[in-house]
Each structure stands twice: as structure tokens, then as C-alpha cells.
Design a protein around this ligand. Structure first.
Ligand SMILES: NC(=O)c1ccc[n+]([C@@H]2O[C@H](COP(=O)([O-])OP(=O)(O)OC[C@H]3O[C@@H](n4cnc5c(N)ncnc54)[C@H](OP(=O)(O)O)[C@@H]3O)[C@@H](O)[C@H]2O)c1
Length: 340
């Protein structure tokens, strides 16, 4: 016996990937409903070898459904998540709407699985931001060994993190550069993204940080440990899928680079690729479609007493969103809803 599962946002980047991952991991699905806005009603999406017709979320009755994976953005989530939760369907949400609500657990299953029991307060569980999810998978096993004091992270985030419109803009702008008269002006992004990098993701906050940078700080504290200090610079790069991060970590205790490499090799969800030779590291192109978070370039930071540098790459649509959401559903199934 399996679950009655809803995927809301099934026509989007994350929703489509959720369907792929539910099928790939053979999540026990008895029945599945795929939802999006009214404009997508009747659109077909793939689920394993089946083709499903998208339904209008506005008309959908969540009563009797077990789990709803939401990837529809904060505005639509604000409207529909409470309706689903009230109907008894547990919502696992990808938007940022509920991440900082103390009554809603924010979960990365490799890091804080025990937080799952907090789901019952509101029947909603939040999925972290893509750049946070992959970073905390790498930080947690190192924190357990040597206590992290401070993290300095710079991100190189792909355009798929801005949804399907972001991918279209990079594609069209790149093509437009070669065809006179077909140049594409920035619309989804603040400046030209083709052949460029943009040091702004999300809006500016009062202190000069962007909201994306603030999210990495607040979410790392909520998921791993409130005592960890994080400072981030988040940058959009012309890569379709796969976020990369250069992470500098300062620890309370000394941690040797070889021991760190061994710890990360054993840690759940991580694949270490760290040969000190040309090409002996992971890049976004290689991580697309993979479940793992890839760690490379692990090395001592000799400018401080207890410091390490590393390079962290992951498929943002997977670990950064859809995979993490399905892992939460698996956790919920194993620990709470227990069927089949
Ligand atoms: N992409 C990432 O790396 C990533 C990572 C973590 C979290 N997230 C979050 O996941 C969510 C979805 O992101 P995405 O990248 O998949 O975006 P996307 O490709 O733009 O897809 C958006 C989806 O939401 C649906 N939608 C929009 N407005 C709706 C409404 N009023 N009612 C019902 N459905 C509506 C769209 O349906 P239509 O096709 O009908 O418009 C589409 O299925 C966002 O909250 C995003 O912040 C994304």
C-alpha cells in the first residue's frame, strides 16, 4: 500500500524534476495528481512511463490525499498550502514562504531528520533554498567533528534557479547575440546574463546583502546550528543547471584536510571528487541529473588557525529542491505516515 501524492507546480522546473525523482526512487505512489495554474490545465507531463494530465489547482480538492509536494512560488503557496494542510494533506513546500516560521520544520534529511516531528503543528514542512541545501550537507559532518565557527561562501548559481523563464532568457539571449536585430534585453535578470555574471540574486535588504544571501545565513542557522556565523555573496552565472559554491570554513578545533576528506567520503549524500590534477574536480555540467552533492578542492586555509576551503557542486533542481522534497516525503513515510 502506498500514498496518494499531489505534485503542485508540475509544469515547472522543480515540479517536473519531482515527478522524475518520485519515479526514479520508486516512491510508493498509489495515486498521483499533477496540478498547476488554470493556464496549464490539460497540459501533459511525464511520470515514469505514464503521461499525466495537469489539473487546475483552484478546482482541486485535497481531502483524502496524503502528501502534497508544492513548487508554485510563494504567492500561490500562501493561497493553496493552508487549504491543503487543513484538508489533512501534509504539504512539503519549496517556496521561501514558511522557511523561517518557528512552527514549521525546515529539513534537509541528511542533516536534521529529527525535526520532521514538528510537521504536525501546521501540517506543513519547508524545503530550504537551493544554495543552502547543498552547503549544509557538506557542513554538517565537519561541524560534528570540529565545530564550525564561521563560514564565508561565494556562490555561482545557475539560471534554472530562477525557474523556466530564467533558462529561456539565457538561451534566447545567447542565440540573439549572433543574429543582428534579435538581441534580447534583460527581463528575468537585472542585467545581461549571457556571457556575463550578476552579483544579485533576489532583492536587496537594508544592510546591503541580497535576500538570497540572507536566506543562506538564516537557513544554515535553523538547519545546522544557530551559533554558526555565515557570510555569503550570491552570484548568478550563465550555467543552465547546477549550483557551485566556494566555501571557506573556520572551526573551533583543528581539522586536517585529509581527515576532512575522509569524513566527507563517508557522509550521506556526498560524493568526493578531489584529485589534485587538471580536471580532478566536479563542475556543474557533470552533476546534472545526479542525487549527490559533489565536494572537491578540499584544502587547508593556512591564513587562519583552523580553516578549510572546499568546492561544492550540486544539481539545484535535485538536491536544491525536488530531491530534497522527495527525501522529506520518504522520511515522513518512514517515521510518521507509515503505510505499505
Ligand atoms: N529552481 C530552483 O532551483 C529552486 C530551488 C529551490 C526552490 N525553488 C522554488 O520552487 C518553486 C518553483 O520554482 P520553479 O523553478 O519550478 O519555477 P517555474 O519553472 O517557473 O515553475 C513554476 C510552477 O508554478 C506554477 N504556478 C505559478 N503560479 C501559479 C498559480 N497561481 N497557481 C498554480 N500554479 C502556479 C506554474 O504553473 P504554470 O505552468 O501553469 O504557470 C509552474 O508549474 C519556487 O517557489 C521556487 O522559489 C526553486
Amino acid at each position: 500500500m502506498g500514498y496518494k501524492v499531489v505534485v503542485a507546480g508540475a509544469t515547472g522546473n522543480v515540479g517536473r524534476e519531482m515527478l522524475n525523482i518520485l519515479a526514479e526512487r520508486q516512491f510508493p505512489v498509489d495515486e498521483i495528481a499533477v496540478l498547476a495554474s488554470r493556464r496549464s490545465q490539460g497540459t501533459e507531463v511525464s511520470f515514469g512511463d505514464r503521461t499525466l494530465k495537469v489539473r487546475d489547482i483552484e478546482q482541486f480538492d485535497f481531502a483524502g490525499w496524503d502528501i502534497a509536494l508544492f513548487a508554485i512560488g510563494s504567492d500561490a503557496t500562501r493561497k493553496y498550502a493552508p487549504i491543503a494542510a487543513k484538508a489533512g494533506c501534509v504539504v512539503i513546500d519549496n517556496s521561501s514562504l514558511y522557511r523561517y516560521d518557528p512552527e514549521i520544520p525546515l529539513i534537509v534529511p541528511e542533516v536534521n531528520p529529527d525535526a520532521i516531528m514538528g510537521y504536525a503543528k501546521k501540517n506543513i514542512i519547508a524545503n530550504p533554498n537551493c544554495s543552502t541545501a547543498q552547503m549544509v550537507v557538506a557542513l554538517k559532518p565537519l561541524h560534528d567533528r570540529a565545530r564550525i565557527k564561521r563560514v564565508v561562501v561565494s556562490t555561482y548559481q545557475s539560471v534554472s534557479g530562477a525557474g523556466k523563464d530564467g533558462m529561456d532568457e539565457l538561451w534566447d539571449q545567447t542565440k540573439g547575440m549572433y543574429v543582428p536585430g534579435q538581441e534580447v534585453a534583460p527581463s528575468k535578470f537585472q542585467k545581461q546574463i549571457a556571457f556575463n555574471v550578476i552579483p544579485q540574486i533576489d532583492v536587496f535588504m537594508e544592510d546591503g546583502a541580497t535576500k538570497e544571501e540572507w536566506k543562506m545565513v538564516a537557513e544554515t542557522k535553523k538547519i545546522v546550528d544557530p551559533s554558526i556565523k555565515v557570510t555569503a555573496t550570491c552570484v548568478r552565472v550563465p550555467v543552465f543547471v547546477g549550483h557551485s559554491e566556494a566555501i571557506n570554513i573556520e572551526f573551533e578545533d583543528f581539522l586536517d584536510e585529509d581527515e576532512a576528506r575522509d569524513i566527507l567520503r563517508e557522509a550521506p549524500g556526498i560524493m568526493v571528487i578531489d584529485k589534485r590534477e587538471p580536471g580532478g574536480y566536479a563542475t556543474p555540467v557533470e552533476c546534472v541529473g545526479d542525487f549527490a552533492t559533489f565536494i572537491s578542492r578540499i584544502r587547508q586555509d593556512s591564513t587562519i588557525e583552523n580553516g578549510l576551503n572546499l568546492w561544492c557542486v550540486s544539481d539545484n533542481l535535485r538536491k536544491g529542491a525536488a530531491l530534497n522534497a522527495v527525501q522529506i516525503a520518504e522520511l515522513l513515510g518512514n517515521r510518521v505516515l507509515k503505510k505499505g
